[in-house]
Write a protein of this length. Sequence first.
Length: 135
Amino acid sequence: MKDIHELDIPEDLRFAKQHEWVRLEKDCVRVGISDYAQNQLGDVVYVELPQVGQSFHREEPFGSIEAVKAVSELYMPVGGEIIEINSALEASPELVNQSPYEKGWLILVRPADDSQTALLMTRKEYIDMLKGLDH
C-alpha cells in the first residue's frame, strides 16, 4: 500500500468521496477512479461499465470494478448521460492500476447540470479526506 504522499493526485481534477475523479473536457467530463482507490483495490481483473446513452443521477451506481480481493460499486460523481466508455478495459482491466488518470479512465459523461462539478472536492480537500481515513 502506498502512503498518501506517494499517491498521484493531479491538481486539475475534482474528486468524489467514493474516490471517483472528474476531468473537465469541453462540455463533458471524463471519469475514473483515483490512484488511492486502485491502490486499495489491488489488481483489477474486471470492469463492468454502462451502455452509451444511459443516464444516471449524481451518486447513483453506474457499474462495478472487480479486483482479486474485492468488488466495488462505481458511483457517478456528476449526473448525466454516458457518451463514451473506455472499451480498452474489456481486454485490459489492469489499465486502471497502471494508468488511473490516462489509459485507465472509465466513462465520458455529458453532465445534466454543469454546477455539479463544483460540489466535488479539490485536490487539497481530497488529500485532507484521505488523511482522515488513515486514523
